[in-house]
Write a protein that binds this ligand. Structure first.
Ligand code: SF4
Ligand code: SF4
Length: 63
């Protein structure tokens, strides 16, 4: 598989705010319950990288 996978690095996310990456995702594959770290539907993710540029904590990584 050549396409990169979006990984949520939960330990890097302080889990104390609304995740701005949720609304930045063009295919709405990031979800957040309360202030928890977001979760990703990797089947729907198109590996565009937009969420990785929104997260200031390095909690959303494409690799
Ligand atoms: S890489 Fe793109 S498609 Fe995948 S979760 Fe991030 S914003 Fe959404
Ligand atoms: S932007 Fe990053 S640090 Fe903030 S909630 Fe989202 S994943 Fe966590």
């Amino acid at each position: 598989m050549s396409e990169k996978t979006l990984h949520v690095i939960t330990r890097n996310c302080p889990q104390n705010h609304r995740c701005p990456a949720v609304s930045a995702c063009p295919v709405e594959c990031l979800k957040q319950e309360g202030y928890a770290a977001p979760t990703v539907d990797n089947d729907a993710c198109i590996s565009c990288g937009k969420c990785t540029r929104v997260c200031p904590m390095g909690a959303l990584i494409l690799s």
